[in-house]
Design a protein around this ligand. Structure first.
Ligand SMILES: [Zn+2]
Ligand SMILES: [Zn+2]
Length: 351
């Protein structure tokens, strides 16, 4: 039977988020029904719900950093059971038969269904995300959480911020003997520093604000560079194997490309609304450098990331909010006033 659940979302791009009632489908044979305990707040949520990215459909219920407990499973589900702690990230479905899906890279499937704002046969015709009490998801897109339950709120942001940084760090072989730069110390960047450090790389954090130097070291950076300081930047010229650039605002990429050694790669994971100025071609030619991009991660890799984080005791640094504080939290997040991720206590949806 379809269930009615409380949620929070917007009915138009120029409206604040408000309490809504939504429906969730009854679990099908391969579905897992989850009572949501916490949901992280991602920059994508703000852009989508405010209609700043093309194609927002309303009502829009954002949220794709979901953790909670299984309350029911379909008859063919064998890998999850009632009571288990689980997570759901940025995708809840894909075509399941293309080259990307077969490779476990469902995030690159052309038929990927995002956790919110993507077409679905469920009411109201598009997916509704984690700012809600409950979600029903095909088992393939549900992740096991093995962290202790008391860390559960800090696990939520791993489902987007964690995998978005973990996947490129793994793909470009961050690890012992590698010098890895993390540009921007926010929701994504703070995870990048923690993960690259745990992988055994020499981690250099880049920030524009002096005030974040001590913080970045506490997160696990071996060195911190204030990127506005040209002299400091110059001491790192031609020395990095990998730079993970998490900054979404348009900026000068050349300043970082020059820091890559031969065959080094800079990977962009921030999603700017206006693109960066084009970099100088000679910065690629002279040292055979690469500029790349990466988008979240596939389901097997997301599970690997969660298991890696559980093993290393890694969670996100969070600030917990009530559901009705979301509009204020968006304003603070846009000003960079959060260390480093807001997480909604979903119990506050009840009343
Ligand atoms: Zn996100
Ligand atoms: Zn596919």
């Amino acid at each position: 039977m379809t269930s009615f659940v409380k949620a929070y979302g917007a009915t138009a791009g120029d409206q604040p988020l408000n309490a809504l009632e939504i429906t969730r489908r009854a679990p099908g044979a391969h579905d897992v029904e989850i009572d949501i305990a916490f949901c992280g707040v991602c920059h994508s949520d703000v852009h989508q719900v405010r209609g700043e990215w093309a194609g927002t459909v309303f009502p829009c219920v954002p949220g794709h950093e979901i953790v909670g407990r299984v309350t029911a499973v379909g008859q063919h589900v064998t890998t999850f059971s009632v009571g288990q702690l689980v997570g759901v990230g940025c995708l809840v479905d894909s075509c399941k038969q293309c080259e990307e899906c077969n490779a476990g890279l469902e995030n690159y499937c052309d038929g990927m269904v995002g956790t919110y704002n993507f077409p679905t046969t469920d009411e109201p015709g598009h997916t509704l995300g984690g700012y809600s009490q409950q979600i029903v998801v095909h088992e393939r897109y549900v992740l096991r959480v093995t962290h202790p339950e008391k860390q559960l709120a800090g696990v939520a942001p791993l489902l987007c911020a964690g995998i978005t940084t973990y996947s490129p760090l793994r793909h470009w072989n961050a690890g012992p003997g590698k010098k890895v730069g993390i540009v921007g110390i926010g929701g994504l960047g703070h995870m990048g520093v923690k993960l690259a450090h745990a992988m055994g790389a020499h981690v250099v954090a880049f920030t524009t604000s002096e005030s974040k130097v001590a913080e970045a070291k506490a997160l696990g950076a071996d060195e911190v560079v204030v990127s506005r300081n040209a002299e400091e930047m110059a001491t790192h010229t031609k020395s990095f194997d990998l730079i993970l650039n998490t900054v979404a605002a348009p900026h000068d990429l050349d300043a970082f490309l020059e820091l890559l050694k031969r065959d080094g790669t800079m990977t962009l994971v921030g999603a700017p609304s206006v693109s960066h100025p084009s970099p100088n071609v000679f910065n690629f030619i002279l040292k055979r450098r690469s500029l790349a991009g990466s988008m979240i991660g596939g389901i097997p890799e997301t599970q690997e990331m969660l298991d890696f984080c559980a093993k290393h005791g890694i969670v996100a640094d969070i600030e917990m909010i009530r559901m009705d504080e979301i509009n204020e939290a968006y304003e603070r997040m846009l000003k960079g006033d959060v260390k480093y991720r807001f997480v909604i206590d979903s119990a506050t949806l009840a009343g």
